[in-house]
Design a binder for this molecule. Structure first.
Ligand code: NAD
Ligand code: UDP
Length: 315
């Protein structure tokens, strides 16, 4: 009988995690999803919850976990500013204690482990676009710090386990990613704007909307994560994964209003503290080492996401 690779995905019932689990199942892996369902849900994984070779464990990774697997993708952590600021101490614990627990597990099992890090490690960047060599500009005491510093500390732990214990690590710095299965109340910009536009409600731009982001469609991102895990052991990252096409938040609002044919008006609300002014990944390293580039244009990705929200809002 064929022996399947056993892969642990923490945060597997979340937005990105659910796509990753689905992809790994398609690739013939035996997938163990560990999630405390804080921002994730069973509905995200409903399509394969009862499939052979898929298993969900409800567990908080800030507590030790004893399982037997061959590879670990560590995605557990709320990603939306609204959610990660709701219980900031738990957010730091998830990144730091969670990383220690998962790295300890990987060490015992001699398993390869990938960390879902973030463009937030660059903070409010003074270098544009952001390459991996940039050390960032992060406030360590602000409302975003629980996430930013938690993720920075997790990267430190990954590299110390690599140097000290020879662990096989991979660190992906993920830039803003969007797509179907984002939660309608997730609070991130694309889901907020689409839900507001479809309901003809006011579109809430924070600040003047001149801040920029670069949005990657979820399927492109998953391809990048899987390629990184498969890359030669010498390549640890950190490597940026994101779409370098940059837009102002106002441009995104206008695009979504146009694509939905919405009657929504744009309104302006105060800019949250420490909101980064610009963000765009330099993806040369990912292209060179992983032969990876995002393929899906913003219009195509937005269309699929709008169709998704249109369906669930009718339910
Ligand atoms: P998400 O909030 O949809 O998913 C996170 C998942 O982790 C959820 O299912 C949640 O229930 C689970 N979780 C949270 N704390 C946990 C804990 N202590 N123990 C077990 N499970 C826990 O977010 P997402 O967009 O899918 O993000 C996934 C990962 O990718 C996160 O680590 C995030 O920091 C990273 N990331 C995402 C983006 C993005 O734009 N989506 C950008 C940068 C980095
Ligand atoms: N934003 C906005 N309106 C919203 C939600 C977000 O103008 O309803 C802005 C937010 O201030 C930020 C950008 O959109 O400048 C991206 O926010 P998001 O929460 O999606 O992710 P971030 O990149 O800030 O973590």
């Amino acid at each position: 009988m064929e022996i399947k690779k056993r892969v642990l995905v923490t945060g597997g019932a979340g937005f990105l995690g659910s796509y990753l689990c689905e992809r790994l199942l398609k690739d013939g892996c035996d997938v163990l999803c560990v999630d405390n369902l804080y921002t994730g849900s069973k509905s995200n994984i409903a399509g394969f919850l009862y499939k052979d070779y898929f298993e969900l464990i409800r567990h908080d990774i800030t507590f030790p976990l004893y399982v037997e697997v061959d590879e670990i993708y560590n995605l557990a952590c709320p990603a939306s500013p609204v959610h990660y600021q709701n219980d900031p101490v738990q957010t730091t614990k998830t990144s730091v204690h969670g990383a220690i627990n998962m790295l300890g597990l990987a060490k015992r099992l001699k398993a390869k482990i990938l960390q879902a890090s973030t463009s937030e490690v660059y903070g409010d960047p003074k270098v544009h676009p952001q390459a991996e060599s940039y050390w960032g500009n992060v406030n360590c005491i602000g409302p975003r710090s629980c996430y930013d510093e938690g993720k920075r500390c997790a990267e430190t732990l990954f590299f110390d386990y690599h140097r000290q214990h020879k662990l096989k690590i991979k660190v992906a710095r993920i830039f803003n990613t969007y797509g179907p299965r984002m939660h309608p109340n997730d609070g991130r910009v694309i889901s907020n704007f689409i839900v507001q536009a479809l309901q003809n409600c006011d579109i809430t731009i924070y600040g003047e909307g001149l801040q920029t982001r670069s949005f990657c469609y979820v399927e492109d991102l998953i391809e990048g994560l899987v390629s990184l895990m498969k890359s030669p052991d010498e390549f640890t990252g950190p490597v940026n994964l994101g779409n370098p096409e940059e837009f102002t938040i106002r441009e995104i609002a206008e695009k979504i209003i146009e694509m939905t044919g919405s009657k929504s008006q744009i309104i302006y609300k105060p800019l949250p503290e420490d909101d980064p002014f610009q963000r765009k990944p330099d993806i040369d390293l990912a292209t060179e080492k992983l032969n990876w580039k995002p393929k899906i244009k913003i219009e195509d990705g937005l269309k699929r996401t709008i169709d998704y929200f249109d369906n669930i809002l009718k339910m």
